[in-house]
Design a protein around this ligand. Structure first.
Ligand code: KG4
Ligand code: ZN
Length: 336
């Protein structure tokens, strides 16, 4: 059989993306159109604006992905699309585009969970070996997922309130950096030091869950109190202190969970996987405490939302002929 090619589409939030992926691991094209500039002046993603941008962009982006891959629709084996979780209006643009292409060209339709997509971004650069443990950290999710096989997902821990990326973006707003704040806080953190010693929530608890809203409140109170008293605000140190608290709990719980299970690999995934502090802390911790475990960290370009990761995850379903029919809908609250 010739190598199988999937056209993948991702529109769950504020990136319109299409990609062509071969055998679930070779990127023939991966076009990502970010809308971030349109949302920045509102300090967050405005769902209505996101949908409108997706409608305007989707056909062009798909055409571009096909052209860059240098293939015709007849060369495709399936069309994959993110069905959720995400913004319902945004998801529907991708789902309907995928259905139209599948119908027009007689191709099977594959529905992909966005979170699973983030995990499979790693497959585009390394082989994935099971069992593995994945730390998924994005704008909407913070989860520890144990996978005994490519199609088996067990959530063993998750955030009880804010997602890690969400906390970054909220404190970014307090410090006046543009949305999304994560990247800017990460840069500031490298110029500062952990002088504020914020709480490490739930770090001693005997579970794999996280909580970031207490840290966020401690951060905001510190800034407000300093402002009220007219005391200086050391923004780089604040960023460094916040980042140290986030990274310490993420790494501590991930290492503990990995030690409790027979994992071959530890896999970082999601937008916050781009965080320099998290990447290096996890590298150090794995080298020191789990030398027999291989750590996979996606390259920066594959950490944020993109369709290539959706194509990589879809290959698992293509192999089992697990297809969707035209009743496929956007599932904003879809869990793994
Ligand atoms: O996975 P993603 O692109 O979208 C969702 O599925 O949510 O993640 C976006 C999140 C945002 O909260 C953004 O601030 C965060 O990832 N992020 C970062 C960094 N780069 C992106 N957070 C911390 N450090 C970074 N370098
Ligand atoms: Zn995402």
């Amino acid at each position: 059989m010739s190598s199988r090619k999937i056209l993948a589409i991702e529109t769950s939030c504020d990136e319109t993306s299409a990609a062509v992926i071969e055998e679930g691991k070779v990127i023939l094209s991966n076009i990502v159109a970010s809308q971030v500039k349109s949302h920045q002046r509102f300090g967050g993603v405005v769902p209505e604006i996101a949908s409108r941008h997706h409608v305007e962009q989707i056909t062009l982006i798909i055409e571009e992905a096909m052209q860059e891959a240098g293939i015709a629709y007849a060369d495709l084996d399936a069309v994959a699309v993110t069905e959720g979780p995400g913004l319902v209006g945004a998801l529907l643009i991708g789902v309907n585009a995928a259905k139209a292409i599948a119908f027009a060209h007689g191709l099977p339709l594959i529905a992909v969970n966005h979170i699973k997509g983030h995990i499979f971004a790693n497959r585009l650069v390394s082989d994935m070996q099971f069992p593995l443990l994945s730390l998924v950290v994005s704008g909407g999710h913070t989860e520890l997922i144990y996978m005994s096989a490519p199609d088996s997902f067990e959530v063993i821990g998750e955030t009880r309130d804010d997602a890690a990326g969400e906390a970054y973006d909220k404190i970014g707003r307090v410090l006046g950096v543009p949305y999304p704040g994560g990247k800017h806080i990460d840069e500031m953190a490298h110029k500062g030091a952990d002088t504020y010693h914020f709480p490490r929530a739930m770090i001693r608890e005997d579970n794999y869950d996280f909580s970031f809203s207490g840290l966020k409140s401690a951060f905001i109170n510190t800034v407000h109190n300093a402002k009220q008293k007219g005391e200086p605000i050391h923004t780089d140190d604040l960023a460094a202190s916040f980042q140290a608290a986030v990274v310490e709990v993420l790494v501590d719980k991930t290492i503990r969970a990995a030690k409790d299970r027979p994992v071959k690999q530890l896999v970082l995934a999601g937008g916050v996987a781009a965080n320099r502090g998290l990447r290096s802390a996890l590298e150090k911790a794995v080298a020191a405490e789990l030398p027999e475990v291989k750590l996979l960290i996606p390259p920066l370009a594959l950490c944020g939302d993109n369709a290539a990761m959706i194509g990589a995850a879809a290959q698992v379903k293509l192999a089992k002929a697990e297809f969707s029919d035209y009743a496929l809908n956007g599932q904003p609250g879809l869990s793994v």
